[in-house]
Design a protein around this ligand. Structure first.
Ligand SMILES: Cc1cc2nc3c(=O)[nH]c(=O)nc-3n(C[C@H](O)[C@H](O)[C@H](O)COP(=O)(O)O)c2cc1C
Length: 199
């Protein structure tokens, strides 16, 4: 039995069999003003915790805003467009990564933290939640307001919560509230050397 979300089934078909959570995870902008239980949020963060990283350095850090007061601290560094929809999301998370290990080695902090965000997003989907990552915010302001030390790179801001109906969105955003397609495998995977078609 298919567990594909209706709007996903219309927009996304996997070319090869995969777990449907990969298709069901998408980035809506309509969120319900409904609290995420603390245990559910912890499950999402728990999944991120198990991401792989170089030397098991685990460079990812998550700054969570859940209360109204905490979220209002985030709003001033978010650009107008993103703020207009993410204000309703009950949880905002700034994801940052430690750039250098305790021994002073440069680590693959961005790559590894991207893995953690991927697991975070998939677990959120399994828990019935939606995620939407953002780069449209002022990183310097975020660093200053949230006290992020210089040795941490700012990676992305994420809205987390329960998906709302697209009808709740203003004109212009409503039409864009659809799951996006993907490039075919032939365009992203090569065989033997760069650009050589995968057999
Ligand atoms: C690092 C990152 C930054 C993004 N920044 C924004 C953003 O500032 N505003 C926005 O509306 N969507 C943003 N997105 C959402 C992407 O546009 C979206 O993930 C992409 O179109 C693929 O669609 P899907 O996530 O629904 O599969 C961002 C996504 C990522 C991963």
């Amino acid at each position: 039995m298919s567990t594909l979300k209706t709007e996903v089934a219309q927009a996304r078909q996997a070319a090869y069999p995969i777990d449907e959570v990969n298709l069901n995870r998408w980035s809506p902008r309509s969120f319900l003003e409904k609290e995420v239980p603390e245990t559910t949020l912890k499950s999402v963060l728990e999944a991120a915790r198990w991401a792989p990283s170089a030397f098991n350095f685990q460079p990812w850090r998550f700054i969570v805003a859940r209360t109204r007061e905490e979220r209002e601290t985030f709003f001033p560094f978010i650009n107008e467009f993103n703020r207009s929809w993410c204000e309703k999301a009950p949880v905002l998370v700034l994801i940052v990564s430690k750039k250098v290990s305790d021994k002073g080695d440069f680590v693959s902090h961005a790559f590894d933290t991207g893995s953690a965000w991927g697991l975070f997003a998939l677990e959120a989907t399994r828990q019935g939640l939606a995620t939407h990552a953002m780069l449209g915010f002022d990183q310097a302001k975020a660093r200053e307001i949230l006290g992020v030390p210089e040795e941490y790179a700012i990676q992305a801001l994420v809205a987390l919560g329960y998906q709302g109906p697209k009808e709740n969105l203003p004109d212009g955003m409503r039409e864009r509230e659809v799951p996006s397609p993907r490039l075919p495998i032939e365009e992203i995977a090569f065989q033997g050397s760069f650009g050589r078609p995968l057999k």
